[in-house]
Design a protein. Structure first.
Length: 483
């Protein structure tokens, strides 16, 4: 009973401010959700005595512990690991100051310096802060502390946003601060960017200065998905590498390049020679594939690299080209504004087997463009009707560019699979029970599919559908796509 009561209390706190009595005023604490909270400190005449007890708030994911009579706080996760130490806001002549200690190795990204309006910044330690309400701010980042000074207000208000990844921090910012229904529009062609413009784009993105990007009809199906993500999650279209490669300790150094969505690396000539981030990359102009962290000289004004394991939808006249760069499986969701839904495209490769799938919400001509399948990309044009699930299963010869070692590994794997299949059939023939041949009209034997073996996450029994709906059993190799 006690455990149930605690859970009820925690849930009831979401969206409901809790007042904390303090010397010379009060504060409001409010959970936005389990990983974000709002804190507001106000100064006013307060006849109530300040609280002497330590205040603790728990969400199930975070725990916030305020020192008695102050807003100095420790934020820990559910296992007790310290995430952040927050300072107690102090009011001085015409201003309010709040600061916290920081590790010299901790990096701060976003709006810093004088006069940022409602600043937002986040830390490599896995959390962000968003301030609002004052007329003027100064965010001062030093080696061992970060200080925020406000002017023009008798209160200070901010949101604490736990990620821990940068994209998750942006998700929490969207949850805490509603994004306007309309945003400014900017026409940006990624092929015309230079280092100066990329610096500005990256800073806008890190500061969450959001806008809708337009870039000609060819990028329309690509940008449609990221425009929806902009409004749904608050993620910018152009993304500094610190947003995309969170496990790379050197990602912050790549200030001369940017990501266009998740799939395209934009590299101006001024960033040459460029050391590529983790992963395989394909030069969109030459089709040349580059290895992870290889150094590449750049001769064009701007070079666009596609990240292998992705699909790029590009409009060409009345059709959409689907450029697939293996070796990993990939998918892309094309937003269809006319039906307010997404067409889904999926692709995967396993040895010499290719599976290509289009679940289109509109009638359209598509053209698959398969890269690294031979000397030239292979093109396959298909007509897909609205509501149709169009699937292609292809088999190709080994690419001519693979090394001798890769060919030996390929044929060794095929031989091993054949031997394993033969052994399995032999064992089954010796141990399997007699086959049951069902006739048309007979009741099918019942069976159960474990929760871990299907996409619903629940145990499924055939008998559950008896008398309710027809069931079709389809068997095909796993491809991590819709069936």
């Amino acid at each position: 009973m006690k455990f149930a009561l605690v859970l009820l209390t925690l849930v009831s706190l979401y969206g409901k401010p809790v007042r904390i009595e303090l010397p010379g005023g009060s504060a409001e604490f409010e959970w936005v959700n389990s990983v974000a909270f709002r804190l507001k400190r106000s100064w006013h005449e307060n006849p109530n005595p300040p609280e002497r007890a330590v205040r603790e708030f728990e969400s199930g994911t975070l725990r916030v512990e305020f020192a008695a009579g102050t807003l100095a706080a420790r934020v820990t996760n559910s296992s007790g690991k310290l995430i952040a130490t927050l300072g107690d806001p102090v009011r001085a002549a015409g201003k309010i100051v709040v600061e916290r200690q920081r590790d010299p190795a901790e990096r701060i990204y976003g709006q810093t310096g004088p006069n940022p309006r409602d600043p937002f910044f986040f830390s490599s330690a896995g959390f962000g802060q968003a301030f609002r309400g004052a007329q003027k701010y100064v965010v001062d980042v030093q080696d061992q502390r970060i200080r925020v000074t406000t002017q023009g207000s008798d209160s200070i208000e901010y949101f604490f946003l736990y990620g821990p990844t940068p994209k998750e921090i942006y998700d929490q910012r969207k949850a805490a601060l509603q994004i306007p229904e309309t945003l400014p529009m900017r026409a940006i062609d990624p092929r015309t960017l230079d280092c100066t413009s990329i610096h500005a784009l990256n800073q806008d993105s890190l500061s969450a200065n959001l806008y809708v990007v337009t870039s000609g009809s060819e990028w329309e199906p690509f940008l449609g998905a990221y425009t929806r993500e902009l409004f749904d999650r608050g993620l910018p279209v152009f993304r500094p590498l610190v947003l995309q490669f969170t496990r790379d300790p050197n990602a912050w150094k790549f200030t001369d390049v940017t990501m266009f969505g998740d799939e395209i690396l934009v590299a101006p000539k001024c960033s040459s020679p460029l050391t590529l981030p983790q992963g395989l990359w394909t030069d969109l102009k030459t089709g040349v594939e580059h290895k992870s962290r290889s150094t590449v000289p750049l001769t064009d004004d701007v070079t666009l690299f596609a990240r292998n394991g992705s699909i790029l939808p590009i409009r060409r006249g009345n059709l959409i080209e689907l450029h697939y760069f293996p070796k990993l499986g990939a998918e892309f969701f094309i937003f269809e504004p006319d039906v307010n839904d997404y067409s889904q495209v999926h692709a995967s490769q396993a040895l010499d087997q290719w599976r290509l799938e289009i679940e289109s919400k509109v009638t359209r001509t598509y053209e698959w463009v398969l890269h690294h399948i031979g000397e030239n990309p292979k093109r396959i044009r298909v007509e897909v009707k609205a509501g149709q699930d169009h699937i292609l299963n292809l088999r190709s010869k080994l690419p001519a560019v693979v090394s001798l070692l890769e060919k030996e590994i390929y044929w060794a794997m095929k031989l091993s699979l054949a031997l394993l299949a033969g052994a399995a059939l032999s064992l089954y023939a010796q141990t399997a029970p007699p086959k049951t041949h069902l006739k048309v009209g007979e009741t099918a034997p019942d069976f159960t599919i474990a929760a871990r073996s299907n996409t619903s996450g629940k145990e499924i029994k055939l008998s559950e559908f008896r008398g309710k709906k027809n069931v079709v059993l389809a068997f095909f190799p796993a491809a991590f796509t819709g069936g």
